[in-house]
Design a protein around this ligand. Structure first.
Ligand code: CTP
Ligand code: MG
Length: 554
């Protein structure tokens, strides 16, 4: 059973010889482990959390020998339905899933601490197999799964697969398929969420930890970070049930400043993570940020984590992107190609700074798809108008995040547009190249390019916190690079017949970049008609433009 699952993930789709596979069966586009009917974000979260609560991770010495014993020990508490093996640094780890949460709870209740004097005796789903009698090895080894690391699932022969594809559309599907966050990657992030939730709910019993960001919105790639938000009351933006009792809790008076109060909470969470939570290392408190967070690294899953509190807009933003992914299957491969293009051309960066972020690029893709004719994605205004009372009502920190949470309403409409992925990717680059960033803003609320609300080079409106500009960090140099690189990519894609056959389509983009970096004079973009930057950004100073040209030349 386990082997079969593994094969599903390694499976590379084959395509018909049709040049542009504009119609691909919806069933082949969803994550293999995700039930197609689970289109609702809350259902997906509940399903994954339940799965994580039914799972444990066991560190072993020799996985081939230990798998049978671990399975035997765990099976005393219930049926083990899934077993995955992964490695992280020098650790060998097994992730086991039970049929029921109760089995995992019983297993954890039966575990002990290695040495109460030397360790802080805190319970977690991360376990260690202490001893292994030699006789118990073989029985399971035949069923034992291959290693399912995020890294080794990210394919070694991706270039070959892309090179053998029949069209750029097919390349985009392969790229999405091969780089999408693996099943083990999903499970390790969810188990981390559940671990943190259990630790913090010792102090705050109603607390819930809600993941957000690319990991849950469908755009997650192997190695992506884990963004989490804490809901202290556990209502997660919905209306609390009416309390009938006249008795209410005696409470300690709150600090009369919400921001300060949030900072205090984050400090407490950071202390718990640092001092008592298994696997959480390199804990950093970033209290002065607009949204205070605690950052840490989980040494049993290898995931970088951010935990925030105070606002759930990030969660609802992820829900919106999750819905867009469900509305039209082309959204995800297009976002993937755009994010890869951003990485290949070094437009995006792992660390915060003046470069455009993946999230900003994703909103630009939404905007672009809303403006196709016929539209592929609905505007947020349309989704707000159709919101069902109560079912769709969400509010966080005075921000109204109510919108229709049923993708089915728009799925048929998107199909009226038959544009292929290749056409969409090329048209997206053209949109970036020709958009009037100097005067206009990008807003997915109405899908219209309104006048800019501030003087920053790039204005991409945050659709939920409408007064915020998601692109405010991007400086003129970086925005100019985005436009130039779009022009460059268009040039490369449009002149690719001249290139070597193995180097075609999407593959030409990173390779051209490599050539350019090793030898700037031989670059493709020497042939690309240059942009008159003064026309594009008339409000910016000559000095800024000169700086940019100097940096580009050097
Ligand atoms: N977010 C936001 N406003 C911003 C930045 C981020 O609302 N200015 C929210 C978005 O919901 C975003 C999430 O925070 O998806 C996480 O941000 P980040 O980790 O930077 O982006 P991801 O979409 O997760 O992309 P990546 O794969 O690069 O982590
Ligand atoms: Mg993220």
């Amino acid at each position: 059973k386990v082997k079969l699952k593994f094969d599903v993930f390694r499976h590379v789709r084959t395509f018909s010889t049709a040049d542009k596979p504009t119609v691909v069966e919806e069933s082949t586009k969803t994550h293999p482990s995700t039930n197609d009917k689970r289109q609702c974000f809350d259902d997906m979260v509940e399903f994954r959390k339940k799965q994580a609560r039914s799972s444990v991770v066991v560190q072993v010495g020799n996985p081939l020998k230990s798998a049978a014993l671990v399975n035997q020990v765990c099976s005393r508490h219930g049926n083990v339905s899934n077993l995955f093996h992964y490695t992280h640094k020098d650790k060998e780890l097994l992730l086991l899933e039970f049929d029921s949460e109760l089995s995992a709870v019983n297993l954890l209740a039966s575990c002990s601490h290695n040495n109460n004097v030397k360790v802080i005796p805190a319970a977690s789903p991360f376990l260690w197999l202490k001893a292994m009698p030699s006789e118990s090895s073989a029985s399971m080894s035949a069923r034992f799964p291959l290693i399912m690391n995020e890294d080794n699932l990210a394919n070694d022969n991706l270039e070959e697969l892309l090179s053998n594809a029949k069209s750029i559309s097919e390349q985009m599907i392969i790229l999405e398929d091969q780089t999408r966050l693996s099943e083990i990657g999903h499970r390790l992030r969810w188990i981390t969420c559940v671990q943190i939730e259990r630790m913090l709910s010792g102090l705050f019993p109603s607390l819930q930890v809600l993941p957000f960001g690319s990991f849950v919105n469908g755009c997650g790639r192997n190695g992506c970070d884990l963004d989490m938000a804490v809901s202290l009351d556990g209502h997660c933006g919905t209306e609390p049930l009416e309390v009938k009792s006249p008795l209410i809790f005696q409470a300690k008076a709150a600090i009369n400043n919400p921001r300060l109060q949030t900072q205090r909470h984050i400090e407490v969470f950071a202390d718990i993570l640092q001092n008592f939570t298994t696997g959480c290392t390199q804990v950093q408190r970033i209290l002065q940020a607009r949204v205070p967070i605690v950052k840490f690294y989980h040494e049993f899953t290898g995931v970088d984590c951010d935990l925030s509190m105070g606002s759930l807009t990030g969660v609802f933003m992820s829900e919106l992107l999750y819905l867009y992914d469900k509305i039209d299957w082309r959204f995800r491969p297009l976002v993937t190609a755009v994010r890869h293009w951003g990485a290949w051309a070094r437009l995006t960066d792992m660390v915060p700074g003046p470069r455009i972020t993946n999230f900003t690029l994703t909103l630009m893709v939404v905007f672009f798809l809303q403006r196709r004719s016929p539209a592929i994605l609905p505007t947020l205004s349309e989704m707000i108008k159709l919101a069902r009372p109560q079912v769709d009502t969400r509010q966080t920190n005075d921000v109204d995040c109510t919108f229709l949470r049923d993708p089915a309403m728009f799925q048929e409409r998107g199909k009226l547009n038959q544009e292929s992925l290749e056409d969409l990717f090329v048209e997206f680059l053209r949109f970036i190249e020709s958009f009037d960033f100097n005067e206009r803003s990008v807003s997915i609320i109405t899908g219209t390019a309104l006048r800019k609300f501030d003087s920053k080079p790039l204005y991409v409106q945050n659709p939920l916190e409408r007064e915020l500009n998601v692109g405010r960090n991007v400086n003129l140099k970086e925005l100019t690079r985005v436009v130039m690189e779009a022009r460059n990519a268009l040039y490369i894609l449009e002149t690719q017949e001249d290139q070597c056959p193995a180097n075609w389509g999407l593959l030409a983009l990173p390779r051209a970049e490599r050539v350019r970096r090793s030898n700037p004079k031989s670059s493709h973009h020497n042939h690309v008609p240059q942009i008159d930057m003064k026309d594009l950004f008339s409000t910016n100073t000559d000095d800024e433009i000169d700086d940019f040209i100097e940096a580009k030349v050097s």
